[in-house]
Design a binder for this molecule. Sequence first.
Ligand SMILES: Cc1cc2nc3c(=O)[nH]c(=O)nc-3n(C[C@H](O)[C@H](O)[C@H](O)COP(=O)(O)OP(=O)(O)OC[C@H]3O[C@@H](n4cnc5c(N)ncnc54)[C@H](O)[C@@H]3O)c2cc1C
Length: 449
Amino acid sequence: MSRTHGNSALVIGGSLAGLLTARILSDHFAQVTILERDPVQDVPESRKGQAHTRHLHGLLAQGQHIMEQYFPDLGVGLQSGGNPFVDMGQSMRWFCYGGYRARFEFGMKGIVTSRPFLEWHIRRRVMALPNVTLRDSCVVEGLLAGENNSRIVGLRLAQADKGSGTQDLFADLVVDAGGRGSRSPKWLEELGYSKAEESTVTCGAGYATRIYQRDAAQPGSQDWILITPEAPREYRSGGALPIEQGRWMVSLGGWHGHHAPTDEEGFMAFAKSLPAPDVYNIIANATPLSGIFSYKFPFSLRCHYEKLEDFPEGYLVLGDAVCSFNPLYGQGMTSAAMQAAALDKLLQERPSLLGLRKPYFRQVAKVVANPWRTAVGEDFRFPETRGEKAPGTDLINAYIDQVHRATHQDSAIGAAFLKVMNMIAPPASLMSPPVMWRVIRNMARRRLA
Ligand SMILES: Cc1cc2nc3c(=O)[nH]c(=O)nc-3n(C[C@H](O)[C@H](O)[C@H](O)COP(=O)(O)OP(=O)(O)OC[C@H]3O[C@@H](n4cnc5c(N)ncnc54)[C@H](O)[C@@H]3O)c2cc1C
């Protein structure tokens, strides 16, 4: 363990990115304090400040791999919810582009849980570290700067109930993991720094989610089920994930305002309107255990901190606070884990914190580049999508159409696709000559048929 970087670090936000950051910093700082606005109880439940965690969350293989590196017994904890690790290819029931993807042995095992259950297991492990403290019910109100504002030296804190004045906390490093609503751009502007350039691409996504009872003994009850649209002809999607304690989490939704209603009848009708019956069949026969919750996500947002010339020492931003993608592609938690791992590597390599921000934001930009391209590229299939569209997007989308269709029969293409989707292979690997050849052969066969 190398606690060479200073006495103390502060982390804004005690959600997934904040917890992973605290885990990493605990190896490099004598004391790490997480500051969280919500009251945090020792229970696997969503909080007010992260209402999105009530909705369907899939953990990609890359994210799972990183989390297991930092928490080696995480898998054991997650299995205590009653779900086993299952092969990701064999347990997949995914309807897209007019057919089901072929199921096959992928060779990588994953576990499905609700997002609060995953976060609870991570939080328990982080809180067990002797040098990490979580202060809940407190709001970070601003940054404290020293040396002509060239360095962040701490934070100003207020109790969430606003009743008891403010407190200043000082540290060698501050990391903002405050999520999509991060106030870093505003705080930095107040200190005289330029605002980071932002990229936004609209998607008009909406979720409606309900929990149902699941009979874990039924055949197929460990399958993860997705129905995704043949864009731009279809806009609607649905998913049913077998979460812990014998329950299904069912989320219905879609792009550009095609959102499921939150009343019983409308929710069922929306499920019935999907291009495959799997999700409807589950909810038509299962007992609901919750109400129907909704969540809207109007656009993907990326802050280009890597482009700023001027930025204070002692301050970093991580997770959704840097980039939040259209959640329908399931990349946010893995992106946060990859950013945290990149921070760890830099802290191991560098003798001091001085100048850390440049290589850090360069690494973050690298981590975020592929999932951003994939998410917004897919969103540009819909004519309503607005934002900066990379050259060649339509051509790539036309090719990926064929990849999707080929996965109905060809498990080699299915495996190549699952690797990219799980962020363990770059999107360019789908353009490699062997994959392209198989995609073209599949297309020709379908045309002949
Ligand atoms: C509907 C939906 C579905 C998603 N599905 C998936 C999925 O399938 N797979 C996946 O990998 N990702 C998914 N994501 C993304 C994923 O939820 C996030 O990427 C992940 O939660 C990391 O978020 P975070 O910790 O950066 O921010 P958040 O989870 O937003 O947490 C920010 C925290 O900071 C606290 N905070 C904010 N400001 C302050 C302040 N000033 N002072 C103190 N505390 C503060 C908040 O209370 C909150 O707890 C989804 C997102 C949405 C919206």
